[in-house]
Design a protein around this ligand. Structure first.
Ligand code: 13P
Ligand code: SF4
Length: 352
């Protein structure tokens, strides 16, 4: 999707345009208030020579009003690497802002909320990765970008949900350590025809050499995507036989299998835009359905309930304005971590 309002500094015009797009999902008084905040952010952004990057999971009024670029993790990492602005304000979660800093170390990178974490990033530490490397010497480590900089620094190469299989295959290695998302790892193992083990869960821990495996995983989970079940899918298919179901690869392999398509947030958006079906169910963060519906009014986006990411949800227009006004919260990565993490992220960007 291409943001169309990111240069708009008139609150009145912003309000009318947001009302056209979001009048059905956001109450009018809220749109008026949010349009005022967004107009001030767009004015300040120019004054401070800043760029705003917005992940696809941002709430609809923010998503459609202030980001200069919107996209999935890989897309936004690429944008961060090529910006010529002094300041990058990252409307997303902390690991994404850190990736922006890694790729653009001379810029000031701001994250509007200190609480914007991620259950996957919190599931593993740099010491955990060092332990695995000791247990499986010489095996290359692929790390999902949903990790903090010190974990990336222990890795050979990073990946996102849109290039994970390509990154694994690019290594030409019989065995790969793939961290930390259990479900993404299982989905990639299946896609690349590999057998995966989880040494931290396996009762035969310590005798891994006796097992037949090509991938070594970690039991991290996304607290949003692990909620979707096969029952959700069959109940929706019973009620709406013509529904097209899309699942993010952080969902379980069973859920991915029972869906019609699986891909990164950008890939899901593209799929809906290019498919002619009347209704869709996205098994991912709920705001994304609202963001797609706003610019594709002829398509019905079904909702199971409100499955919002509590971390993405921390990023508000109020905090983004405060972030620009007060230069907060600055992302800082120690030099020795930054240097090693850069290698892993740049290697991923080179693969595509
Ligand atoms: P994407 O890379 O597909 O945007 O996913 C990021 C994420 O955090 C999904 O939960
Ligand atoms: Fe992390 Fe899941 Fe939220 Fe994405 S949706 S930021 S993986 S907790």
């Amino acid at each position: 999707m291409t943001p169309v309002l990111s240069n708009e500094t008139s609150a009145k015009r912003l309000y009318h345009k947001l009302q056209d797009m979001l009048g059905d999902v956001v109450p009018d008084f809220e749109l008026k208030y949010k349009a005022e905040l967004a107009a001030e952010i767009n004015r300040l952004k120019v004054e401070k020579n800043a760029v705003i990057l917005g992940h696809n999971y941002m709430e609809p009024a923010l998503f459609h009003s202030i980001p200069d670029y919107v996209g999935d993790s890989l897309d936004l990492a690429r944008k961060a690497a090529t910006t010529d602005k002094d300041i990058i304000v990252f409307c997303g979660v902390r690991f994404m802002a850190e990736t922006a800093k890694i790729l653009s170390p001379t810029r000031t990178v701001l994250l509007p909320s200190k609480k914007a974490g991620c259950s996957l990033a919190a599931s593993i530490t740099a010491a955990d990765v060092r332990d695995l490397k000791e247990k499986f010497p010489g095996v290359p480590v692929v790390t999902y970008v949903n990790t903090y900089a010190d974990v990336k620094a222990e890795s050979d190469v990073c990946c996102t949900s849109s290039n994970a299989a390509a990154v694994v295959e690019s290594l030409n290695s019989d065995t790969v350590i793939f961290l930390p998302d259990e479900y993404l790892a299982k989905n990639v193992a299946r896609e690349t025809g590999r057998h995966i083990i989880f040494p931290t869960k396996d009762p035969r821990n310590g005798s891994a050499s006796e097992l037949d495996y090509q991938m070594i995983g970690w039991p991290g989970r996304c607290e949003v995507h692990e909620k979707f079940t096969l029952d959700d899918i069959s109940s929706i298919r019973r009620q709406f036989p013509d529904v097209v179901i899309l699942a993010h690869p952080e969902c379980s392999p069973e859920v991915v299998d029972a869906s019609d398509f699986s891909g990164s947030t950008n890939a899901m958006i593209r799929y809906v835009e290019q498919t002619k079906a009347p209704r869709y169910l996205l098994l991912t963060e709920c705001s994304m359905g609202d963001n797609i519906a706003a610019v594709n009014p002829e398509k019905e986006m079904l909702r199971l309930c409100s499955v919002r990411c509590p971390h993405m949800n921390q990023i508000t227009l109020e905090d983004t304005l405060a972030s620009l006004e007060k230069n907060q919260y600055v992302i800082d990565i120690p030099e020795h971590v930054l240097l090693r993490a850069t290698r892993a992220v740049e290697r991923m960007i080179a693969i595509g």
